[in-house]
Design a protein around this ligand. Structure first.
Ligand SMILES: Cc1ncc(COP(=O)(O)O)c(C=O)c1O
Length: 420
């Protein structure tokens, strides 16, 4: 078969390359030959390419497309839903194919919650933290962009390198009170902020960790105004930052999101599967909406997506969790991430590097500007045989958790060379 249209659909991403295979930490590309993959695909191949345990599930269940939708379910999806709910303290799981869909489904469940309280769908607004990223479908694309959304939350203060922002208490108080002002202003116009989306460690913004007092402050405002808290752990979930989920860690500090969105690491890049986990508040809203024909049609019968939670995807999800737990990979990621940060930190002495920041194996090397980042990307591929996909100004170091100390040394030395 000949493809008549190859590159145009990727027009927004320049210098695309074609990956024709791969194994472990290496990818095989048409243009550059074999590359060491320092971004785990796009942060999702957490166990490396073609992981043997996951590939054998694909061989066994690959042809079974019995999806999970409405009344139709399957044992793997039931097990995975139960396992994820137990791990996160949530009550129900809604499967989807991508992280963007999981976030958009979370928004829809927040709408259901507010409908059940008698609020009008068209009066609802959604808030997010400035510069966050929650995907590319529905309202998610623009939600964290202050030019497009009226109820953006400013902050947190970002210090160079890894300095804790917890002492930026006064600034954070200002940001939070300005958020509260925005809520009140909208209420005067008859609008209601329905939910706040946040990433516990902001990926695209450059591995920026939310300080606890800042997110706790947001939670306090949410409780006061009956606003739901939605943790987008699409990137941070499944060990990326050195813990299985940051929300489990935050729980010790009294931070409890109503909804958690997961994707990427859930299948370690071996199948398109993502999930939205909801708490009892949302489940109660489903019950109270039952019988309201018009709303029920929109928000109860339209829950979930076709070809989501398939046997193959769910079985892979279960195996990923088993492997992460059995091999203690979140703990390992914490150690490797600490080593990588120490190893990469000296880069900040170079004139073109603004900062090196990160948590676990979610690390950003913040460079001069986005054009320079693209130039470095190309040099890394051509001269060092390393793939590192930037996000704007940020060179993202987010490898598979199977990376070794030697591999980290190799990436650090290569960066030293090209970031002249
Ligand atoms: C925090 C976060 N949320 C949502 C998404 C969207 O996930 P996907 O690309 O699988 O749709 C991403 C993707 O990078 C992300 O980083």
């Amino acid at each position: 078969m000949t493809l008549s249209c190859i590159a145009p659909q990727f027009g927004h991403r320049d210098q695309p390359f074609t990956v024709i295979g791969g194994q472990g930490l290496f990818i095989e590309t048409k243009e550059y030959g074999q590359l060491f993959d320092a971004t785990a695909g796009y942060w999702y191949n957490i166990l490396g390419m073609r992981h043997p345990e996951l590939m054998s599930i694909k061989a066994e269940l690959g042809g079974v497309v019995s999806h999970l939708y409405e009344d139709w379910t399957n044992p793997w999806a039931e097990d995975l839903a139960l396992r994820l709910c137990k791990m996160t303290g949530k009550q129900q799981a809604i499967f989807a194919a991508t992280g963007s869909m999981a976030c958009e489904n979370a928004r829809k469940e927040a709408v259901a919650y507010h409908l059940s309280k008698g609020r009008g769908e068209h009066d609802l607004l959604f808030a997010a933290i400035n510069g966050g990223y929650h995907g590319s479908v529905g309202l998610m694309l623009d939600i964290a962009d202050p030019r497009k959304n009226k109820v953006i939350i400013n902050g947190p203060v970002v210090y160079p390198n890894n300095a804790s922002a917890n002492n930026a208490f006064e600034e954070h108080k200002k940001y939070l009170s300005s958020f509260e002002d925005k809520i009140k202003e909208q209420e005067k116009k008859g609008k209601k902020v329905a939910a706040v989306f946040y990433e516990p460690v902001m990926g695209v913004r450059g591995a920026v960790e939310l300080p606890k007092e800042y997110i706790r402050g947001i939670q306090a405002i949410c409780s006061a105004y009956d606003i739901l808290l939605i943790a987008d752990e699409v990137t941070t979930g499944f060990g990326r930052t050195g813990v299985m989920f940051v929300s489990q860690q935050f729980e010790k500090d009294g931070i409890r999101p109503d909804i958690i969105c997961l994707g990427k690491g859930l299948s370690a890049g071996h199948y398109p599967i993502a999930v939205t986990l909801v708490n009892e508040k949302i489940v109660e809203s489903w019950k109270s909406l039952e019988g309201e024909t018009e709303r029920e049609f929109a928000y109860v019968h339209r829950r979930g997506n076709g070809i989501a939670g398939t046997p193959e995807g769910a079985a892979i999800g279960l195996q990923v969790i088993n492997t992460l737990e059995r091999d203690h990979l979140p703990e390992l990621t914490k150690q490797l991430g600490g080593y990588a940060l120490r190893r990469l930190q000296p880069l900040t002495k170079l004139p073109n590097v603004r900062a090196v920041r990160g948590k676990g194996l979610l690390i950003a090397i913040d460079v001069k500007d986005s054009l320079y980042a693209k130039h470095i990307k190309e040099r890394l591929r051509k001269e060092k045989k390393i793939n590192m996909i930037p996000e704007g100004r940020m060179l993202m170091f987010c490898p598979a958790f199977t990376i070794t100390h030697n591999d980290i040394d190799r990436v650090a030395l290569s960066l030293e060379d090209v970031l002249e």
